[in-house]
Design a protein around this ligand. Sequence first.
Ligand SMILES: NC(=O)c1ccc[n+]([C@@H]2O[C@H](COP(=O)([O-])OP(=O)(O)OC[C@H]3O[C@@H](n4cnc5c(N)ncnc54)[C@H](O)[C@@H]3O)[C@@H](O)[C@H]2O)c1
Length: 259
Amino acid sequence: MFFDLSGKRAFITGGASGIGLAVARRFAEAGARVVIADMQDGQAVATELGGTFVHLDVSDSAAVLSALAQNCEQEGKLDILINNAGINGADGVTIEDSDEALTRKLLEINTLGVYHGLKHGPAHIRDGGAIINTASLGATLMFPGSGPYSATKAAVINLTQMSALELAPRKIRVNAVAPSFIRTPLAQDDIELFEKMSYNATAAQRIAEPEEVAAVFHFLASDDASYMNGQVINVDGGMSLGFTNVQLDMISQELTSGG
Ligand SMILES: NC(=O)c1ccc[n+]([C@@H]2O[C@H](COP(=O)([O-])OP(=O)(O)OC[C@H]3O[C@@H](n4cnc5c(N)ncnc54)[C@H](O)[C@@H]3O)[C@@H](O)[C@H]2O)c1
């Protein structure tokens, strides 16, 4: 079977909701035993998937170490680590006007959360395993008003690339997935904007569902991705390509109407 994960153990941060939950469901379907590690309760879904739930704040280095150590002591080493927990901090203001407390929180969860996984994870992963970090298209495509968030995700890309080289001797592959706008609880407050942006600015002309992102995690986690290392895969419906026909039509309509 392609992308078979049977017998593999996967630890998924932020696995109780959105993209992480879709990843957990997909991995379980592919035969993996999943550990959902999240700040919010994921016990019911972990039980439903035949896995386990660990309450975890990824911004707490000691807690990440202890969660990994305790879990592996009970169930053995991991094959897959998904550093996915994150928060949205795109509040539409410039870096100059940005809120420092929010910026610190973003750095602590989005960047240090991944750093803690990369620092403490390898000792608890078998040689030949896979790590996948959740970045964002916003790390490389600038959306004004999301400066601090973008920076936290750019750092995730950098950490991914460095770890890929550092862990290569153990044949542990480290990749990142960079989604554009995905319909998850994180996007709920801005869903109309996200949908409109996706319609206008992607070749796909629509927002993505979390399952469409989980499919890419699945490939990267599987042995079929054996030659994929240090890569950042945009899951963006073509948003990073440039102008869409919808955007060009809007501009030409504006020109013909004398706007
Ligand atoms: N939804 C999007 O449009 C989008 C786009 C690009 C990147 N992302 C990234 O995808 C990842 C998943 O986001 P999502 O859209 O599924 O959002 P979500 O809110 O549905 O899920 C995020 C999960 O992370 C958990 N979490 C938050 N802070 C935590 C912490 N300190 N410790 C442990 N768990 C914590 C939450 O409880 C939640 O279950 C995030 O890193 C986010 O930045 C999302």
